[in-house]
Design a protein around this ligand. Structure first.
Ligand code: G3H
Ligand code: 13P
Ligand code: ZN
Length: 309
């Protein structure tokens, strides 16, 4: 099946009260782990590539690996640019076969964010590609940018209608208290569902996106800490909060850190238990399997999108 946009996926997810998983990909094993899981439970998928991933693995390699996964699984798969920060990178991904791009102008003043986002939307829509914009700013680390808690800000619901109307974006990422990375909450986890509800009320039928939605699964953090790592205080978004979000206007939930933790925890454990092994296939196989099991769990129990492909 050729790569698809998110149009149909989001319409069904909104109406059906579930969310599509948007998983970050950087190499073949990650792509295979995610797509094998989706195949087993018949789930639609968004595979997303950050600027860093594109630099690491090369646009063409990622593009063709994702196309291979779509052929192999016959699932509806959308290939999305995560956190595009300029018109140029969005254009390169649109020209290079992506079916969706995010233009992240969330750090810009409102009018500049609108201007940049609209420029991307005009180009993308002319090429049959959909666009995700962002209002509000998440804390945490993405690529080389580290947004501190003080610099982060919740989405202002009173801005969303004007932003969507003037830019023509197809979905909107919002900030309601999640953050990027493995250290999301110092105290009790708290998400501002009141802000989310107000945004949804102002944008009926419109798909909302939740970034920074890894749960930071303790099993993998424990493995990392047990086998030579050091990640004290790592903490993510509780799964019941994500389930609640998935039942609401949130149609896309972004997950990257959980994949990294699953892969790293599994490889650390494997190498500690097999100190004489040096064939990468030996430790990448269980890492790929851990990603597959983790993603299956998310698709069924967190996102509720199993059986929806
Ligand atoms: O939101 C950021 C994603 O986790 C991607 O991270 O930019 O380090 O690839 P990256
Ligand atoms: P996590 O760091 O919580 O996995 O968030 C990923 C993300 O938002 C990618 O855009
Ligand atoms: Zn993000």
């Amino acid at each position: 099946m050729p790569l698809v946009t998110t149009k149909e996926m989001f319409k069904k997810a909104y109406e059906g009260g579930y969310a599509i998983g948007a998983f970050n990909v950087n190499n073949m094993e990650i792509i295979q782990g995610i797509t094998e899981a989706a195949k087993e439970v018949n789930a639609p998928l968004i595979l997303q590539v950050s600027a860093g991933a594109r630099k690491y693995a090369n646009h063409t390699y990622l593009m063709i690996l994702v196309e291979a996964a779509a052929i192999d699984t016959q699932l509806p798969i959308c290939l999305h640019l995560d956190h595009g920060d300029s018109f140029e990178i969005c254009k390169a991904c649109i020209d290079g076969g992506f079916t969706s791009v995010m233009i992240d102008g969330s750090h810009l003043p409102f009018e500049e964010n609108i201007k940049l986002t609209k420029q991307v939307v005009d180009y993308a829509h002319d090429h049959g590609v959909v666009v995700e914009g962002e209002l509000g700013r998440l804390a945490g680390v993405e690529d080389d940018i580290n947004v501190s808690e003080e610099e982060s800000s919740y989405t202002k619901p009173e801005e969303v209608e004007e932003f969507v109307a003037r830019t023509g974006v197809d979905s909107l990422a919002v900030a309601i208290g999640t953050s990027h990375g493995a250290y999301k909450f110092k105290g009790e986890p708290e998400l501002r569902f009141d802000i989310l509800e107000e945004i949804a009320r102002r944008l009926p039928g419109f798909p909302i996106v939740l970034h920074g939605a890894s749960s930071v699964i303790p099993e993998f953090v424990e493995k990392i800490n047990k086998y030579g790592g050091n990640m004290p205080g790592a903490r993510g978004v509780p799964e019941d909060m994500l389930r609640k979000a998935a039942r609401s206007a949130v149609c896309k939930i972004n997950i990257d850190s959980d994949l990294r933790l699953a892969m790293t925890g599994t490889i650390r454990e494997y190498l500690a238990q097999h100190p004489d092994h040096f064939d990468p296939r030996q430790y990448l196989r269980p890492a790929r399997e851990a990603i597959k099991e983790l993603v299956k769990h998310k698709l069924i129990h967190v996102l509720g999108c199993d059986g929806k492909a």
